[in-house]
Ligand binder design. Structure first.
Ligand code: NAD
Length: 372
C-alpha cells in the first residue's frame, strides 16, 4: 500500500508510525483533519494480518471521526490510532506507556480514547505518559461508560425521525424492533419503554432477552426474524452492515434509527435504496455520536449532566440532516457528509480572517516562531 497515495486519496494531514523494540509496540496514528480542533479518536488493538490492513483501517476510521465530530457540532477534528497485536495476549503496561509517549509526542494534535480491543485500564497506562487521553475511569475524573449517553442521543435522534414521518416526537404507541440488548440497547429499551413504545427485542444472549421481556414487557424475537417484524421503527444496536439487499427485502419499517456503526453494507447503493423505498434512515454516525460527545466533554473537565444535555442535541443534528436531505433531494447519509464538509469549510475560511499577531517567541536571542 502506498502511504502518500492513500493519504492524498482521503485527504489526510498526517500519519505517524511508532515502534518500540522492548515492548513490541507497532502502532499507527492517523490525523485526518484538524480544521475544527485537535483530532480525537480511539485506539484500536487488533491482530491485523498485514501492515497494509492496519494502515487502511486507521485511515478509514480517522476520516470517519472528522465527519462525526463535525456534524455533532464539536470543535474537534478526526483521528484514530491502531496497535497491531492480539488484545487477548499482547497487552502489557510498557506497550501502552510506549504508545502514550507516541501520543504525547504529537503535542495534543491527537487525543486518544478506548476503542475495539482496548479498555479503561489500557487508557490508564497511556495516561501515565500523556494527558492527551480521554475515556478514563470515573474514579480518575474521567467519563466512564459512554453507553448511557449514546443511548440518550439515539433516543432523541429517533424522536426527530418520528416527527418527520408521523408529525410527532412522541413515541407512545409506536412499535420498535430493537436488535442487540448490550450496553446501548438495554438503556435505549428503557427510554422507549418509559415513553410507552411497544418493544420487539432480539439478542444472541437469551438472558438479555429475558431481562427485557421482564423489565419492559417486550416481545422476544429470534435473531434472524427481527428484520421482518411489523414495526414502525428498526433500532439496530448490535452489528454493522444490517442494511443490505437481503434485509431491505424484508423491511416493513418506516424509520431506521439505531446505535450500530456502519449500518449500510454498501454506503452508496443501500443509502440510495432506503431513500427509494421511502424509509427514513438516521445516519449512524450522526445519531450515535453521544459516546463521542461524552469523551469530548472530558477534555474540558467532565460533567455528566452537560454531556447528557449535549447528547439530547442530537435531536437537532438529525433534524438538520433530514432537512438538507429533503431540500437537496439526496440520501440522508449524503446530507450528513455535506453538512460536515460545509462546516469544516466555513470554519476553516473564518479562521483565515481577523487574524491577530501572535507574540514573537525567542529562544537563545533568536526568533524561533514568527508565524501568524
Ligand atoms: P455491546 O457489545 O455491549 O452490545 C451488542 C449486543 O448485540 C450484545 O448484547 C450482543 O449479544 C448483541 N448481538 C451480537 N450479535 C447479534 C445478532 N446477530 N443479533 C442480535 N444481537 C446480537 O455493544 P454496545 O456498546 O451496546 O454497542 C452497540 C453498537 O453501537 C455497536 O455497533 C457499537 O459499535 C455502536 N456504538 C456504541 C457506542 C457506545 O457508546 N457503546 C457508541 C457509538 C456506537
Amino acid at each position: 500500500m502506498k502511504t502518500f497515495t492513500e493519504m492524498m486519496r482521503r485527504n489526510h494531514e498526517q500519519v505517524v508510525f511508532g515502534y518500540d523494540k522492548e515492548s513490541g509496540l507497532r502502532a499507527i496514528i492517523a490525523i485526518h483533519n484538524t480544521t475544527l480542533g485537535p483530532a480525537l479518536g480511539g485506539t484500536r488493538m487488533w491482530p491485523y494480518k498485514s501492515e497494509a490492513e492496519a494502515l487502511n483501517d486507521v485511515l478509514r476510521l480517522s476520516r470517519g471521526m472528522t465527519y462525526k465530530a463535525a456534524v455533532a457540532g464539536l470543535n474537534l477534528g478526526g483521528g484514530k490510532g491502531v496497535i497491531i497485536g492480539d488484545p487477548q495476549t499482547d497487552k502489557n503496561e510498557i506497550l501502552f506507556r510506549a504508545y502514550g509517549r507516541l501520543v504525547e509526542g504529537l503535542g495534543g494534535r491527537y487525543i486518544t480514547a478506548e476503542d475495539v480491543g482496548t479498555d479503561v485500564r489500557d487508557m490508564e497506562w497511556v495516561r501515565a505518559e500523556t494527558t492527551f487521553v480521554t475515556g478514563i475511569s470515573e474514579a480518575l475524573g474521567g467519563s466512564g461508560d459512554p453507553s448511557p449517553v449514546t443511548a440518550r442521543g439515539v433516543y432523541h435522534g429517533m424522536k426527530a425521525c418520528t416527527e418527520e414521518v408521523f408529525g410527532t416526537d412522541r413515541l407512545k404507541g409506536l412499535r420498535v424492533a430493537l436488535q442487540g440488548l448490550g450496553h446501548v440497547g438495554m438503556h435505549l429499551a428503557e427510554f422507549l419503554h418509559k415513553e410507552g413504545a411497544k418493544l420487539y427485542v432480539t439478542d444472541i444472549h437469551q438472558d438479555r432477552v429475558r431481562a427485557a421481556v421482564e423489565r419492559f414487557g417486550a416481545e422476544a424475537v429470534e435473531p434472524d426474524k427481527i428484520y421482518e417484524v411489523e414495526a414502525e421503527i428498526f433500532a439496530p444496536c448490535a452489528l454493522g452492515a444490517i442494511i443490505n439487499d437481503e434485509t431491505l427485502a424484508k423491511f416493513k419499517f418506516k424509520i431506521i434509527a439505531g446505535a450500530a456503526n456502519n449500518q449500510l453494507q454498501d454506503e452508496k447503493k443501500h443509502g440510495q435504496a432506503v431513500k427509494e423505498l421511502g424509509i427514513l434512515y438516521a445516519p449512524d454516525y450522526v445519531i450515535n455520536a453521544g459516546g463521542l460527545i461524552n469523551v469530548a466533554n472530558e477534555i474540558e473537565g467532565y460533567n455528566r449532566e452537560r454531556a447528557l444535555t449535549q447528547a439530547e442535541g442530537i435531536y437537532y443534528n438529525v433534524k438538520k440532516v433530514l432537512q438538507v436531505a429533503k431540500d437537496e433531494d439526496i440520501p440522508t447519509h449524503v446530507a450528513a457528509n455535506r453538512i460536515a464538509e460545509r462546516r469544516i469549510e466555513e470554519v476553516g475560511r473564518l479562521r483565515r480572517k481577523f487574524i491577530t499577531a501572535r507574540p514573537l517567541r525567542y529562544r537563545g536571542g533568536r526568533i524561533v516562531d514568527n508565524s501568524w
